[in-house]
Design a binder for this molecule. Structure first.
Ligand code: CS2
Length: 493
């Protein structure tokens, strides 16, 4: 392709074939989204665009990067907030240009502008995809983690906040002080009871600063929970090329994703919301069964595949499930150890859900890298895997495969694959975890050193002898090689 022109609002008329509909009216901003990463751009932004096409409304999005990522802001704004979603399925590639993103801000540089948005009553929703660690939760209490340096900073400087609890508290305070109604706060991260978790983080933070504000937030602000689902890898040059081939112009920041998507939302939006149901979102009274099923089935097996693959050298999730014994193991893990712990409505077909997940994982076009999923294990293991282990141990049930998943994470933390290749560990607790893993010279030391990390393992699990024994068995096997261990666990009854 020789055409080097880039996406911009003035080129939209040439892109009608790649937009969802040509009847587009530029909306005012009604949503501020914290964490403008790939996931949001392929999920909520697209649902919102479709909802606005079905039912006009001012739900344009102001996306915020909290990491001071000025280059991301500038790249998106250089394209007037436009970007394409590159859907990669078995039938080929579909490229759609999304228009709902109207503005991008980078904290802390654009703080003043962001707070103007927060003060604007037309902003009725503040949504978030900031990953598990972005919530700054103390795992022992569920409150904001007051030992976290960012949280401590925000308590000392409430007018210059940098963390999620600090930013939301300052934004809600500005609304209250101006006598304006609050916005709804919508968590879209993979945490159990994500709305409640965020509410507790914000309210516990507010209580330390201004108890009356905490009470106002508790009574006036809605924090609906949601279950979000779409597999969205990191952008590669292949995605830029696919976008350019389809559009005939450059998109520097397309988002690849699978065709599947799901969004289940608790319907509590006192200030209104886009008609997301017109785009296929499920608005329900209680999200918990969906959320827990997704975390324990999808995210848990994703993490298991990722850690075992980092040891064996499978690069992507489709490579991993292409290895028959690993697929068998994951299938059995869902069937025998995870699904029986789930209390879902009778209409929820767990076997069908499992099979659909395995099909989604097998999508060869997606190239979802295991190294991406392997990040932040300390934040991911508790809701994805440890909660299932705790439920099974309470019921006196076996946990061999789940324990293998945890032991694979422990082995991964040593920083080298079975063939000796080294890789970096990206995790907020990386230093503590890798030191513990590197110092351990036997499986016993490894298991005991990591079970002692109380940010991850509550005392009830750390002291459970059945868990320790199952972990020791798996850690010992893994010393002999992950491939052989996968074979053995795949054959287990
Ligand atoms: C993945 C998730 O990166 C990860 O840890 O397990 O991002 C997963 O792809 C999404 O939750 C799918 O909806």
């Amino acid at each position: 392709m020789t055409d080097k022109s880039t996406l911009s609002r003035s080129s939209l008329s040439a892109l009608e074939a790649h937009c969802l509909s040509s009847g587009w009216h530029e909306p005012a901003i009604g949503i501020v989204h914290l964490g403008i990463g790939n996931f949001h751009r392929a999920h909520e932004a697209l649902y919102t665009e479709e909802a606005m096409l079905a039912q006009a409304g001012d739900w344009g999005i102001c996306g915020v990067t909290l990491q001071g990522d000025v280059s991301k802001r500038d790249a998106l704004m250089a394209q007037d907030g436009l970007y394409s979603v590159v859907e990669r399925g078995p039938e080929g590639v579909r490229v759609t240009v999304v228009r709902a993103l109207r503005e991008v801000l980078a904290m802390p540089f654009d703080r003043a502008r962001l707070f103007e948005r927060f003060a604007d009553e037309r902003v009725r929703i503040v949504s978030l995809t900031v990953t598990e660690k972005g919530y700054c939760l103390d795992p022992r209490t569920g409150d904001a983690d007051f030992a976290h340096p960012g949280v401590a900073h925000d308590l000392a400087h409430p007018d210059a906040p940098s963390t999620v609890p600090g930013i939301l508290c300052a934004a809600l305070k500005a609304r209250r002080d101006a006598g304006k109604p609050p916005f709804t706060v919508l968590s879209c991260d993979n945490l159990s009871h994500n709305g409640d978790a965020l509410r507790q983080a914000v309210c516990s933070f507010a209580r330390r600063l201004d108890p009356a504000l905490a009470t106002w937030i508790e009574t006036e602000v809605a924090f609906p929970s949601t279950m979000v689902d779409r597999i969205v890898p990191a952008t590669t040059d292949a995605d830029r090329e696919a976008a350019q081939a389809a559009l005939g112009m450059r998109d520097e920041i397309p988002v690849p994703c699978e065709p599947f998507r799901q969004w289940v939302i608790e319907d509590r939006f006192p200030a209104g919301r886009p008609a997301w149901e017109t785009a296929g979102a499920q608005l329900v009274d209680d999200v918990a069964p969906f959320e827990i099923a997704k975390l324990r089935m999808l995210n848990a097996t994703h993490s298991t595949l990722a850690y075992l693959s980092m040891l064996t050298g499978f690069e992507t999730i489709s490579d991993a499930v292409g290895h028959a014994p690993l697929r068998t193991l994951i299938h059995a893990m869902m069937t025998r150890e995870i699904a029986p712990t789930l209390a879902v409505p009778a209409s929820f077909d767990l076997a069908g859900y499992r099979d659909a997940l395995l099909d989604r994982y097998a999508n060869p076009a997606l190239k979802h890298r295991c190294a991406q999923i392997a990040m932040d294990g300390s934040q991911k293991m508790p809701p994805r895997i440890l909660s299932t282990i705790a439920a099974r141990l309470d019921a006196g049930q076996p946990i061999e495969r789940l324990a293998l998943a945890v032991a694979a994470w422990f082995a991964f933390l040593r920083g080298r694959a079975d063939d000796g290749a080294r890789y970096a560990i990206s995790d907020p607790l990386a230093e503590r975890l890798t030191q513990a893993a590197e110092r351990a010279d036997t499986p016993e030391h490894l298991v005991d050193a990591l079970l002692a990390v109380s940010d991850v393992f509550p005392a009830s699990l750390a002291r459970n002898p059945a868990l320790r024994e199952a972990l020791l068995r798996a850690a010992t096997k893994l010393r002999g090689g992950a491939l052989a261990t996968i074979d053995e666990y795949a054959r287990m009854d």
